[in-house]
Design a protein around this ligand. Structure first.
Ligand code: FAD
Length: 468
C-alpha cells in the first residue's frame, strides 16, 4: 500500500503493529466509514488519504505523529473539517482525524471551558449556554473550534469581547516529534503567541482552555433584508448608525440573492438583496432598543431581528452553507465599506455566476483592536471589516466560471484592501507572498523562527504554510 507522495510502502503488519497501541479506529479505502470520514465541508475537495486515523485522545495523536514521521508520510490534520482550502485531507497520505475528540467541560466557578479539538462551534455553544456562558467564536455552527481559533476566530461577539484566540488560557499540543506539551503564557510563551493566529503550523492542539463570557440565553439579533437597488441609501444609514453604535453591536453586511426564507415575501425570493445582520451582545430587551434603527430604516423586504436564544441566532446562517456543495473563497481586510466599493459589490452581485454565492463583510474592530498588534500572530487588528467573497455552486464538473467570478470580485476589492485577507478564509491557491502579507514581514520572520524551533522539517505543511 502506498501511503504518501514519497512512495513509502507500508505493509499490513506495520499498520497492525501501529493499531495495537492506538485506541481509535483506523480507516482504509475499503472500510465502511472511510468515505464519510474523508469528505469535508467543501465538496470541491475530493482527496483520498491512504489511511485515516481517528484519534480518541492526545496519546493517539502522539502515536499518529510518530508513526507518520517514522514512515515519512504526508500528513493532514482535521479539526472540524470546515476549512475551504481543504487542507484537512490529503491524497495518498495520512489523515489525522480529531473529530471523535469532541468533549467539552465547563467550570462555572472559574468560568473556564476545556474544549477538545473535534468540537464544533455548535457543540461549544450548546454546552456553554446551559450555564449562560459563551466562548466568543464564529457564525456557522458546524465550523470547528480548533481551526477557527488557531487562525484568530471572529463572529457576532467580537466587537464586544475580541477574538476566540484572545480567550485562550492554555493549550495542550502534540509537537512534530510527537511530544505532548503544555502551552500558555507561562509555558512555551513563544509557541502560545504563534498559536493565536498562526494556524496549524506548529503542532496539533489536543485541548484548548478558554475564558468564558456571560451571555444569554436570550439575545436580540437577526437579519434585515432590502432590495439590492436600495443599497446606497441603506449603506449611508448603516455607516452613520455604526459610527456611534456601542461595542455590543456587531454586524455582517451581505450582498446575495434572496433565499426562500419564510420571513421574506415570496415575490422577493431569488431576487438580489442587500442585508444587515446584527447581534447585540447583552440583555435582549436592551438589544431590541439599540437595534431598532436598523429595523426601522427604509423599506425592508424582510426583518427577523428579534429576541431569541443565542444558540438559535448562531445557527441563523447554517442553511445557506451546507456540507458537500462546492466553495471557493477570497478575502481582504478593509478599513470601511465605502459607497464606491459597495457599488462594485452590487455590480458583482448582479454578475454572480451562481445564485448561492455571497459577498459578506464581517465587522471587526472594538475589542479586537484592544489587543496589541505585536501580542499575537493574528494580524490586521486595526481592520474594520473582513470581506468574504464566497462563491458556492452545485455542479462539481464546472468550477471555472465561479472561480473567475471570485477572482474578479477580489481584483475589484484590492484597491480598497489593507494589504491582505483573513488566513481562515484563504482558498487552496494562495501564494507564499500572500501568507507573508497576512502577517507582515516582521511578524512573518518571527513565525519562521518559531517554525524552525518547533517544526524544522515542515512536518505540518498542509496549511497556510510558514516555511522553515
Ligand atoms: P479544518 O479544515 O478541520 O482545519 C483547518 C486547518 O486547521 C487544518 O488544515 C490544520 O492545518 C488546522 N487544524 C485544525 N485542527 C487543528 C488542531 N487541533 N491542531 C492544529 N492544527 C489544526 N472563521 C471565523 O473566524 N469566523 C466565522 O464566522 C467563520 N465562519 C465560517 C463559516 C463557514 C461556513 C466556514 C466554512 C468557515 C468559517 N470560518 C469562520 C472560517 C474557519 O475559521 C476556518 O475554515 C477554520 O479553518 C475551520 O476550522 P476547522 O477545524 O473546522 O477546519
Amino acid at each position: 500500500m502506498s501511503l504518501s507522495g514519497e512512495a513509502i510502502f507500508l505493509s499490513d503488519s506495520e499498520i497492525s503493529s501501529f493499531k495495537k497501541n492506538f485506541s481509535g479506529p483506523l480507516l482504509k479505502e475499503e472500510d465502511k466509514d472511510y468515505n464519510e470520514a474523508r469528505l469535508i465541508w467543501n465538496g470541491m475537495i475530493n482527496k483520498h488519504p491512504a489511511l485515516i486515523v481517528r484519534c480518541k485522545n492526545s496519546k493517539d495523536v502522539s502515536l499518529a505523529v510518530k508513526f507518520a514521521k517514522n514512515y515519512n508520510l504526508l500528513t493532514s490534520v482535521r479539526g472540524g473539517g470546515h476549512n475551504v482550502a481543504g487542507n484537512a485531507v490529503c491524497d495518498g497520505g495520512l489523515m489525522i482525524d480529531l473529530s471523535l475528540m469532541n468533549n467539552i467541560s465547563v467550570d462555572t466557578k472559574t468560568k473556564v471551558a476545556k474544549v477538545e479539538p473535534g468540537c464544533t462551534l455548535g457543540n461549544a455553544d450548546t454546552t456553554t449556554q446551559k450555564f449562560g456562558m459563551v466562548i466568543p467564536s464564529g457564525i456557522v455552527t458546524s465550523t470547528g473550534v480548533a481551526g477557527l481559533t488557531l487562525g484568530g476566530g471572529f463572529g457576532w461577539l467580537s466587537r464586544k469581547w475580541g477574538l476566540s484566540c484572545d480567550h485562550l488560557i492554555s493549550t495542550e499540543v502534540v509537537t512534530a516529534e510527537g511530544e505532548i506539551i503544555n502551552v500558555s503564557a507561562e509555558n512555551n510563551p513563544d509557541l502560545f503567541w504563534g498559536l493565536k493566529g498562526g494556524g496549524g503550523n506548529f503542532g496539533i492542539v489536543t485541548s484548548f482552555k478558554f475564558n468564558l463570557r456571560e451571555l444569554g440565553p436570550e439575545v436580540t439579533g437577526g437579519l434585515v433584508l432590502y432590495k439590492l437597488v436600495d443599497t446606497e441609501n441603506v449603506l449611508s444609514f448603516y455607516n452613520e448608525y455604526i459610527s456611534t453604535a456601542p461595542r455590543e453591536v456587531t454586524t455582517v453586511l451581505v450582498y446575495r440573492y434572496c433565499p426562500p426564507a419564510p420571513f421574506v415575501k415570496e415575490e422577493f425570493h431569488g431576487k438580489p438583496v442587500f442585508g444587515i445582520g446584527a447581534l447585540y451582545a447583552g440583555k435582549a430587551d436592551k438589544g431590541l432598543e439599540v437595534l431598532k434603527p436598523i429595523k426601522q430604516f427604509g423599506s425592508p423586504i424582510g426583518d427577523m431581528i428579534i429576541p431569541k436564544p443565542f444558540v438559535i441566532h448562531q445557527a441563523m446562517l447554517d442553511a445557506g452553507q451546507p456540507k458537500g456543495e462546492c466553495y471557493y473563497w477570497k478575502s481582504e481586510f478593509l478599513k470601511t465599506v465605502s459607497q464606491s466599493l459597495s457599488e462594485k459589490f452590487v455590480e458583482q452581485t448582479l454578475n454572480m455566476s451562481s445564485k448561492s454565492s455571497i459577498i459578506a463583510a464581517f465587522q471587526l474592530g472594538g475589542a479586537i483592536a484592544d489587543v496589541g498588534e505585536a501580542d499575537s500572530a493574528y494580524s490586521f487588528r486595526n481592520a474594520g471589516y473582513a470581506i468574504n467573497i464566497n462563491t458556492q455552486w452545485q455542479n462539481h464538473s464546472s468550477p471555472d466560471k465561479h472561480i473567475d467570478w471570485a477572482r474578479k470580485t477580489q481584483q475589484l476589492t484590492t484597491p480598497y484592501s489593507m494589504g491582505s485577507g483573513y488566513i481562515n478564509f484563504a482558498s487552496a491557491d494562495e501564494t507564499e507572498q500572500r501568507v507573508v502579507a497576512t502577517y507582515g514581514n516582521n511578524k512573518y520572520k518571527k513565525l519562521v523562527d518559531l517554525k524552525r524551533k518547533f517544526d524544522p522539517d515542515n512536518f505540518f505543511r498542509l496549511n497556510q504554510n510558514i516555511k522553515p
